[in-house]
Design a binder for this molecule. Structure first.
Ligand SMILES: [Zn+2]
Length: 71
């Protein structure tokens, strides 16, 4: 049985680089759009897994994510 399903490849825009990082609370994987090279974004993100707020700094190729409180 040859189920050669033709997968549509190439729908993801290649210049829309995305970042994978981990929530500092629950360690689940989070995704974000990456800033352009040389840009840095800072924001408070609400984790959609555990709903905790974490403070994240987004670089072009990585993310630093911190807990806002040490509770
Ligand atoms: Zn989380």
């Amino acid at each position: 049985m040859r189920g050669n399903k033709s997968l549509s490849v190439g729908t993801i825009e290649e210049n829309e680089h995305s970042l994978v990082y981990h929530c500092p609370y629950c360690k689940q994987i989070l995704l974000s759009k990456a800033p352009y090279k040389g840009e840095v974004w800072e924001s408070s993100i609400c984790c959609h897994h555990c709903e905790m707020i974490n403070y994240s700094i987004f670089y072009h190729n990585r993310v630093d994510s911190f807990r806002l409180s040490n509770v």
